[in-house]
Design a protein around this ligand. Sequence first.
Ligand SMILES: NC(=O)c1ccc[n+]([C@@H]2O[C@H](COP(=O)([O-])OP(=O)(O)OC[C@H]3O[C@@H](n4cnc5c(N)ncnc54)[C@H](OP(=O)(O)O)[C@@H]3O)[C@@H](O)[C@H]2O)c1
Length: 252
Amino acid sequence: MELTETLLDRTVLITGGGTGIGRTTAQRFAAEGAQVLVVGRTAERLAETADGHPGIRTFVADVTLPDAPAAIVAAALDILGRIDVLVNNAAITRPAPLEAIDRKVAEQELATNLLGPVFLAQHALPHLEAGGVIVNITSNSPHQGWPGNSVYGSTKVALDFLTRTWAVELAQRGIRVVSVAPGVTETPVMTHAGFTDEQLAEMGQGFRDRIPLGRLARPEEIAWWIVNVARPEAGYLNGTVVRVDGGLSAAG
Ligand SMILES: NC(=O)c1ccc[n+]([C@@H]2O[C@H](COP(=O)([O-])OP(=O)(O)OC[C@H]3O[C@@H](n4cnc5c(N)ncnc54)[C@H](OP(=O)(O)O)[C@@H]3O)[C@@H](O)[C@H]2O)c1
């Protein structure tokens, strides 16, 4: 079977599709013939993702709002007709050491990174058929602490736990659940967190020194895995975390 044929007309719902990994993933799915709906809070960013890609449609929504999961699923069914793949990608990171954690900011991280995927998956579930896939985009290993970013790191470790648990709950229905856990990737995520270019340059060098491959990931190198875990050929992959981090977690 030609790999490129298996995603033809698959329907894919991606949150956080207006920038970074979500954008690249949407464009890669679309390039393989999938029908994609990207969701985010900023219409202009979503429009840039869809520009020149007729297979990508857009829907503006904030995944933290209680009505959002129902609205997003309704839009997906209206625009795509059905949902084959859900990619829970939208997330925010707001680094802070323990003494500086702000309650409202922490609640926003939890609402976006953890509760967003819980309730979107819950609302999508009645519409996922056998062969459906939920891909959760996570991050850090559960085995190491992350000084200065404990709340974000907790949301991502918790999301990996949801992946493992839902994989068991949903396996009999033929629905697979997989995490893709990127390493440090060249996206605007830290700009969105409020860091300056100088701070980013310093942080980037710090990461390059620690990553065995000596460089950050390109978004395409993460998107490739997200697309490929969703393929029918990956049908025996379930309840696992695909870690794509240039060896960072292996180095400790
Ligand atoms: N880049 C990295 O180094 C890295 C490493 C490990 C894991 N990851 C994970 O990879 C995923 C993608 O991150 P990225 O690096 O591509 O960052 P990004 O460019 O900041 O993408 C995150 C996207 O989520 C959207 N978003 C944020 N809050 C939202 C909300 N409440 N409702 C709907 N959409 C929302 C943002 O768009 P709007 O603001 O327009 O809504 C943005 O397009 C995230 O899950 C992140 O945790 C990234």
